[in-house]
Design a protein around this ligand. Structure first.
Ligand SMILES: [Zn+2]
Length: 600
């Protein structure tokens, strides 16, 4: 590690907010003052070191100077590091900034007697993972709900009333179901729910969020009967042979339609949900999270208020990006779109500059598991090909309006027809100020990969989906199409910026499980490449220059793993035999999950 990589150039680290009251304590350790003394001169000019934390004696994967693929690194010539970037053995940070990264001697030399000095004992330090597409508000709310999963459909449904024991007599029972592992994967119907819980309204959300089932009481309270019209692309209502609704609704408006009859989450519910989500994310090593559809559960105003309070109170200590649902802030295709500044004005003053607002969320289709993804050719197990949420002209108009409002667009597209429509809409619109994103981008072919590369958009993909619903995808698509799902290596080879995410709580969402799923899916991918997609690439997707790498001046967002993840063969990761765990997570210089001896 060259000294020059360890600190910012002549201007030095950003020291605003540091104690600047007394000369620094004498440096200590072998090699004191060597090498780094000039490049970090500002550190020695009148600063206390008691806020310094020094981690040494490990492997620091910096992702600094990292190329997204090992092939690109090799092509760049000898000495260029792999996708994990330059390696170091020690790092020093204070408050929310990294001060230096280097070898043990260089970094130990920065510590004073009053600094926290922690021996990593061979553990690894990486940039905290970035989660550019999740639903933390929803994750926190559903964390206390029952998830009807497992192998036996009947047993899963029998467990439903167990969730009602603590409820008030007429309160709604809300739960989720995941039929992908069931022996009979049919969606539950109103009859199933009526049998299980006849005496209170029940709303059951498909784990993907793209379908719901309501029981008879909930349908009645929502005013849904045999005459209720569907909304093409947005809400389909399944009917039985007599023409009665089966209780199953599909499409992006389904949740809203039933939930409108239900008491809304209170502000306290929202705050508690975000606090719960933060705890879960931090435990998985995540230090930045994006809410990829603000407003989808309780409305934009209520959710922004909850975010504002959670951030201001410290309950949400992670870096936050909020992506408002475009149809929620501009309901009709021709509506003017409120700008990021307009949305920021809905947040409390104190947190406005702590929230990134760069992309709006738009949905072009649904999910493969619920037969609502939009395909070019029909499903293998259904007589249709899904359908678009917006017709292509309206989709293009919405993209144009969003760019006019000062946003880039992150569009959900899973089926090949939906991906095509989104790329058409992006191509027809004026260039955005920052790259658009394509969320999921699941069913691709060579031509679509080439078009995606040419578009300049970032692909935000979810490897854990494959581990979760792989068998269901094969049933929906057949072998040929299923084999084309999520070609990570091809995306990288085409030069497409590719960031991993989880879409949690659709799946549990731990980034390390995402690495395992990605390496199981594609033998051609390296561990360093998979980790790059959770770090440096995530920072690019979130347009956050201060995260995703470990270098002087970057935010002190770190995850400490039990050992160097790149020293474990990809095959062991793919088998789940890697043995790597998150030891501790540090966000903005604060320990937010786990523990490590000596770490405050
Ligand atoms: Zn999502």
């Amino acid at each position: 590690m060259r000294a020059g990589t360890a600190a910012r150039s002549s201007s030095g680290p950003d020291l605003r907010g540091f104690d600047q009251v007394a000369p620094s304590s004498p440096t200590r350790g072998p090699g004191s003052g060597r090498g780094l003394a000039t490049s970090i001169a500002p550190l020695d000019s009148g600063l206390m070191t008691h806020h310094y934390t020094v981690l040494f004696g490990g492997t620091v994967l910096t992702f600094e100077a990292a190329r997204p693929t090992d092939a690109a690194s090799r092509a760049a010539g000898p000495g260029v590091p792999d996708a994990a970037g330059r390696r170091a053995t020690a790092i020093c940070y204070a408050h929310d900034r990294i001060l230096a990264v280097g070898d043990n001697a260089e970094i130990l030399a920065l510590a004073g007697p009053d600094s926290h000095v922690v021996d990593l004992r061979g553990r690894a330090v990486l940039p905290g993972f970035l989660e550019p597409h999740a639903h933390p508000y929803w994750e926190g709310l559903v964390a206390g709900m029952r998830l009807l999963a497992g192998r036996e459909r009947r047993a899963a449904l029998r467990a439903l009333p167990g969730g009602a024991e603590h409820l008030e007599p007429d309160a709604w029972l809300v739960a989720r179901y995941d039929p992908t592992g069931w022996d009979r994967p049919d969606d539950p119907t109103r009859d199933d729910l009526d049998r299980a819980v006849p005496d209170r309204p029940v709303l059951l959300a498909h784990v993907s969020g793209h379908a719901v089932t309501a029981n008879s009481l909930a349908l009645a309270l929502s005013g849904i009967d045999r005459a209720t019209p569907a909304v093409p692309g947005r809400m389909a209502i399944d009917h039985d042979e007599e023409g009665e609704p089966t209780g199953v609704l599909r499409g992006p408006d389904s949740w809203d339609r039933i939930a409108a009859a239900m008491p809304a989450p209170t502000p306290a519910d929202g705050r508690a949900a975000l606090a719960r989500a933060a705890t879960r994310l931090a435990a998985d090593g995540v230090t930045s999270v994006a809410d990829a559809d603000v407003g989808s559960t309780a409305g934009v105003a209520a959710e922004l208020a909850a975010w504002g309070e959670a951030i201001a109170s410290g309950a949400m200590p992670l870096a936050v990006a909020l992506m408002p649902g475009l149809v929620r802030i501009a309901p009709a295709p021709g509506d003017a779109v409120p700008s990021p500044a307009d949305i920021a004005a809905m947040l409390p003053d104190a947190v406005r500059d702590r929230v990134r607002l760069s992309h709006v969320k738009l949905k072009a289709d649904g999910a493969l598991t619920t037969h609502t993804a939009w395909l070019r050719a029909p499903y293998d197990d259904a007589p249709h090909a899904g359908r678009p949420v917006h017709d292509p002209a309206a989709l293009a108009e919405r993209v144009r309006r969003a760019i006019g409002g000062g946003w880039a667009v992150a569009t959900h597209a899973i089926g090949d027809a939906a991906v095509t429509a989104v790329l058409d809409a992006y191509a027809a619109a004026p260039a955005p100020q920052r790259p658009h994103r394509l969320e999921h981008a699941m069913l691709l072919d060579e031509d679509l990969v080439a078009r995606l590369a040419a578009s300049g958009a970032t692909a935000v993909v979810q490897p854990e989906f494959l581990a979760w619903a792989g068998p269901t995808y094969r049933i929906r698509l057949g072998a040929e199409r299923a084999a084309r799902l999520l070609p990570f290596a091809a995306l990288l080879a085409a030069g497409i910026p590719m960031s991993f995410s989880s879409d949690r709580p659709v799946v549990p969402g731990a980034p390390l499980d995402g690495v395992r799923a990605a390496l199981r899916h594609e033998a051609g991918l390296s561990v360093a490449e998979a980790l790059h997609a959770w770090t440096a690439a995530g920072a690019a997707a979130l347009d956050d220059d201060d995260a995703g790498r470990l270098a002087a001046g970057c935010r002190s967002d770190l995850v400490i793993l039990s050992r160097d993840p790149t020293a474990v063969p990809a095959a062991a990761w793919a088998r789940g035999d890697d043995g790597i765990v998150v030891v501790a997570t540090i966000a903005g210089g604060r320990l937010v999950a786990g523990r490590l001896e000596g770490l405050a």
